[in-house]
Design a protein around this ligand. Structure first.
Ligand SMILES: C[S@@+](CC[C@H](N)C(=O)[O-])C[C@H]1O[C@@H](n2cnc3c(N)ncnc32)[C@H](O)[C@@H]1O
Length: 199
């Protein structure tokens, strides 16, 4: 059933990514816009930093220039995003970028000490399947670092955000797969942070 759901979401994404491809082709962010995005990512990192352990890290739904991995030390850093090949920026040479869906990762089980999903869970076609995959590729001693925008109630936001979560919904979903270590929400920015470990 989950696989069928994924195939459907994949088809939806293929159509959607045509638009994204087109927009990325034409969109060059100004230095100021890039700085604004990077400042947000640095803000996520401030929350995660005390809990980061290990040397191998994966960023799922990384985007290109803004991947959080550029601010983290590690021996192996991998960033995945299905539109990576269309991103018109110079990508960081210390990071291995791969085109991949969160729902169908190609890594062996137990590959990473830390998996990051920042501002991306509500973009995925099938967040539940993505979390199953995250759990699979995370080491037994590994940790997940998730940041997602939350809302008072679910609503149809737009094509790029097939899901809108409330704090309760996203907490229930994440704690189904991971044991929370630290949970934090910032009401003024609608941001919800979850740091978890394997159950
Ligand atoms: C708002 S961007 C977040 C980028 C970056 N993580 C950040 O914190 O700024 C959401 C990203 O999720 C990616 N995405 C959408 N669906 C995905 C999927 N099924 N699997 C992996 N990434 C996906 C998009 O291509 C996009 O780059």
């Amino acid at each position: 059933m989950a696989k069928i759901k994924y195939i459907l979401s994949d088809l939806r994404y293929i159509f959607q990514s045509k638009e994204k491809k087109a927009s990325l082709k034409h969109k060059k962010l100004t230095a100021k816009e890039k700085e604004r995005v990077l400042n947000k990512v640095k803000e996520y990192l401030r929350v995660f930093k005390p809990y980061i352990i290990g040397v191998s890290f994966l960023d799922i739904g990384s985007g290109g220039f803004q991947t959080i991995l550029q601010f983290i030390d590690g021996k192996r850093k991998v960033a995945v995003d299905p539109v990576i090949q269309y991103i018109p920026y110079n990508l960081n040479k210390n990071i291995e970028f791969k085109s991949s869906y969160a729902e169908n990762l190609t890594f062996k089980s137990g590959s990473f000490d830390g998996v990051f999903i920042t501002n991306a869970l509500d973009h995925f076609g099938n967040p539940e399947l993505a979390l199953q995959e995250t759990k699979r590729v995370l080491k037994k001693s590994g940790r997940v670092f998730i940041m997602v925008n939350v809302f008072e109630k679910s609503f149809g936001r737009d094509k790029l955000h097939p899901y809108t979560f409330t704090k309760g919904q996203v907490y229930d979903l994440l704690s189904k797969y991971f044991k929370p270590i630290k949970v934090l929400s910032c009401a003024d920015t609608n941001t919800f942070y979850f740091i978890g470990k394997q159950k």
